[in-house]
Design a protein. Sequence first.
Length: 280
Amino acid sequence: MTIRTRFAPSPNGPLHLGHAYAAVVAHDLAREAGGQFLLRIEDIDGARSRPELAEAFRADLQWLGLQWDAESAQSANLDRYAAAGERLKAMGLLYPCRCTRAEIAAAASKMGPDGPIYPGTCRGRRVEPVEGEVAWRLDVDRALAHTGALVWEDALAGPQTARPDLFGDVVILRKEAPASYHLAATLDDAADGVTLVTRGMDLFAATHIHRLLQALLGLPVPRWHHHLLLVDAQGRKLAKRRGSPSLEDRRTAGEDGLALAAALRAGDFPAGISLGEGVG
């Protein structure tokens, strides 16, 4: 089987060193197996998506010496997301929800991997599904009754039992975007023929939901490779919102991108940067 990996950045801010590490991991795992490395621009996050950043991403990857075999953009896949949403609705597995984040935080009694677990306020209620005013949530208990027990495999952590119930009823179709990350990434990985999903440990738990969606929609099941993250001296993952230096700034300042990629491969990180699971 041909190994296919992908690097899938969102154009809502410049790439930083953590992205470079993730891209190198995905690229090298594919090349070492004689496989293919894909670039996917995840550009459906409404006004936060900045189209001009996609070109900077390409320049950053080329500067690092990473070549990709194919490229796609999520904005070209809206019909795919809509069709999957309609299919899940027809199966009786989605329900409309008007709750705001503040209302959920106030009503929730448990915390999950993504924060407060939705308490099921709108499940079973009659909620008028006005477009743009409601999100569509997955009834996880009903979905699991449909699929039965599920497993998935991580290349580093080994076999896993799927536990989507840890999240509660997650949003599948967002109010302000055509699809949630869970639905879009799952559908696109299948359509792109990705056989090894490489990403950071911060998304390990999300795989429980993705495995459930694969079973519901009859999609192929890849393997996963969740690697450690680059973290700062406080153990926090590098993030755009914390002003982590961008690859573009390094590139335009004349830094050697090939040398940087080689250093990342060797585990030779800048002072104050190390590998960890990351917080925040």
